[in-house]
Each structure stands twice: as C-alpha cells, then as structure tokens.
Design a protein around this ligand. Structure first.
Ligand SMILES: NC(=O)c1ccc[n+]([C@@H]2O[C@H](COP(=O)([O-])OP(=O)(O)OC[C@H]3O[C@@H](n4cnc5c(N)ncnc54)[C@H](OP(=O)(O)O)[C@@H]3O)[C@@H](O)[C@H]2O)c1
Length: 333
C-alpha cells in the first residue's frame, strides 16, 4: 500500500470514529460551521436559515467554467458526498487533456467558454461555478453574459475578485455568490467560506451552503474577510504540504525510510489538527499553545525541536505567509 493510500485509509478510519465525529459535529453546530466527510456519506448541516433543506435532487444541474485543480476537486467532492451525480454536471474546458479527464469522470463536456462553450453550458445548467484563474475571468464573463437567464445562480471561486466587480460585469439583477474553497474538498475535508451578493436569495444561500458543506466545513463571512480567508484556508493546504515535506525530510535525515516518514508526518498533522478541533467541551477551540505546552516536558525532545523552530522564527514566517497571500488576493481585486 503506498503512502497516499495509507493516509486515505487513516482519514476513513477517523471519519468512522463516531464518538470523535459527534464531538466535532456538536462543536461545528455551535460555531455555525458544517462538517462532513465523503467517506462516511453523513452530513450534519446547520442551514443559513430555517427553511426547507436542499436535497440532492433540488441542487439542480451544475456547471463549471474551468475544471482544473479546484474545479475538479469540487466536482469530485460533490459527487463523493452524494450531492449530485456526474450526469447532472456539465463543464466548459479548454484543453484536450482536461476534456478527456472530465469525460472520464462521466460529466458532460463543452469546449472553451470564449468560443461558444459558455453559451452551451448556460443552456443546460442552473448553477454556474466560475472556476478559471482570475486573469481569465473577464473574458469568460464577457462570453457568458448574454446567456445568463433569471434561473441562473453564478458562483465565483476566483481569488480576489469582488462581488461588486462580478455583479457589474453580469446582467443587472444576477444572483451571485462568492466562495473560497480549498482542495481537501476532494476527500470531504474542505474549509470553505462564502459570501452572498446583493441579489442572492436565502434559497441560493441554502443551495450553495448545502453543496460546499457536503464536502467539508463551511462558514459564512463578510466580504471584507475574503482576502484573509484566501490567505489562510484557500492557500493553506500548500503551506501544510510544504511543512509535511520538511517534516518527512527531517525524519529521513534522522534515519527513517521515506515512505514511513511521509505517512507518520501526515498522520501527525492530521491528528494534531483534530485535537484542536475536538478538544473543547464548550464549543470554543482549545488554544494550540496549551496543547503544545502539555507535550513539551522539561529538557525533553519536543522542547529541543521547538527551540529550533522558534529560533528560526517559525511563527513569524507563517504569519507573514498568510498575510502575503491575503495581500496578493487584495491586490488582485
Ligand atoms: N487551486 C486552489 O487551491 C484554489 C483554492 C481556492 C480557489 N481557487 C480559485 O479557483 C480558480 C481556479 O484555480 P485552479 O487552481 O483550479 O486553476 P487551474 O488548475 O489552472 O484550472 C483552471 C482551468 O480553467 C480552464 N480555462 C481557462 N480558460 C478557459 C476558458 N476560456 N474556457 C474554459 N476553460 C478555461 C483551464 O483550462 P486549461 O487547463 O486548458 O488551461 C484550467 O483547466 C482560480 O480562480 C483560483 O483563484 C483555487
């Protein structure tokens, strides 16, 4: 079994731990957060309001303009969570490679959005995810605009692109929602934030909330917070991958075989993160510094490692990384 499969098996096992899972769900409910796992196919939702629950069938047909890293992760997340079947998803993609990949997932494929793909997609779907890179968004929206009808809900996942700009470039009255997901939605472990545009309704909010919370945790934020979200959870998986790589390299340097180093490092990060999420009894997360202090014994191994991290300024470096990504998102707007 390779390291990735071992890790996914571990995630499955964690998801199958009903007691631990119940605690997280209770906490998530108190925090107005939703948590789900594709492996367990079980979703607990705290809806944006108390009206009817969005069911799998009422999610309507879903379209994606652009289906690269993030678009594909969302598609797989929705399908794995049982929110929709591939035959209810359509995509507009540009390259042959992407087209073949999408066909292999069983979704309907149209071509380049700017060469007719947006029009064909809009004809057959109700919700349209804009999931191209921000620099391509203007041209895509220009092509989509004449085909946006009253039934359409537009969901942009583009970093840094403001609701005001999206609404100004779409027909007046278009219902728009901004979402900042992250790639762990692929395995039902996303951390996503969303904000409603001026014309989006409660029903739209329910629909998007149901979709994104089906593959992880979803929080509603004010738009002014979206750049910070982008710097934190939107970009965060890459920071963690870098950290994991470095942890594993250190272990290899200390004599551990690579595959064992990788899986132990990954499970250590997953386990430590779950301790933060699950450690509270009253709905507030336990401060990680307390958990850190509990495992650093006098003159022990952990404090020796922590001394190295602190002398290299690790906390400052990570804070600067999140701020730099947030600033980049702000500058893109
Ligand atoms: N990656 C993340 O972790 C992440 C997290 C949160 C939000 N986002 C946001 O998600 C969006 C997509 O990011 P990504 O990382 O998924 O980028 P990506 O992997 O480059 O995917 C974008 C896709 O859009 C396609 N595309 C570009 N122009 C098109 C057109 N005219 N018609 C149809 N398809 C077109 C590209 O096609 P080709 O492959 O043929 O070039 C590509 O497959 C960005 O706005 C980003 O800010 C990303």
């Amino acid at each position: 079994m390779d390291a990735m499969h071992m890790l996914l098996k571990d995630v499955d096992q964690l998801n199958g731990d009903s007691d631990a899972r119940r605690k997280v769900e209770e906490m998530a409910t108190q925090m107005d957060i939703t948590m789900s796992a594709s492996a367990s196919r079980r979703t607990t939702r705290k809806k944006p309001n108390n009206s009817s629950r969005v069911s799998t069938s009422s999610a309507g047909r879903i379209g994606f303009i652009g289906a690269g890293q993030m678009g594909e992760a969302l598609i797989c997340g929705f399908v794995n969570a049982g929110m929709c079947t591939p035959d209810r998803i359509s995509v507009s993609v540009r390259s042959e490679e992407r087209s073949q990949r999408m066909l292999s997932l069983g979704v309907q494929v149209f071509g380049d959005a700017t060469l007719g793909g947006a029009a064909e997609l809009a004809e057959v779907v109700d919700t349209i995810f804009l999931s191209v890179k921000p620099q391509y968004l203007d041209r895509v929206i220009e092509s989509l605009k004449p085909h946006v009808k009253e039934r359409h809900l537009i969901v942009s996942i583009a970093a840094g692109v403001r609701l005001a700009s999206l609404e100004a470039n779409l027909p007046g009255g278009t219902r728009v929602i901004r979402v900042m997901p992250n790639t762990p939605c692929l395995i039902g472990q996303a951390a996503s934030a969303y904000v409603l545009g001026n014309n989006a309704t409660g029903e739209d909010a329910e629909k998007v909330f149901a979709l994104i919370s089906s593959c992880g945790l979803a929080v509603n934020v004010e738009e002014r917070m979206m750049d910070a979200v982008t710097g934190l959870s939107g970009s965060g998986p890459a920071y963690v991958f870098l950290f994991l790589e470095a942890m594993a390299d250190g272990a290899v340097a200390a004599g551990l075989p690579r595959e064992k180093a990788m899986v132990l490092a990954a499970q250590t990060v997953a386990g430590a993160a779950r301790m933060v999420l699950e450690s509270s009894s009253d709905g507030t997360l336990t401060h990680p510094a307390l958990l850190k202090d509990r495992v650093a014994s006098p003159a022990g191994t952990t404090i020796a490692g922590l001394t190295e991290l602190e002398s290299a300024g690790m906390r400052g470096i990570i804070m600067r990384a999140v701020k730099a990504a947030a600033k980049r998102s702000e500058d893109m707007g």
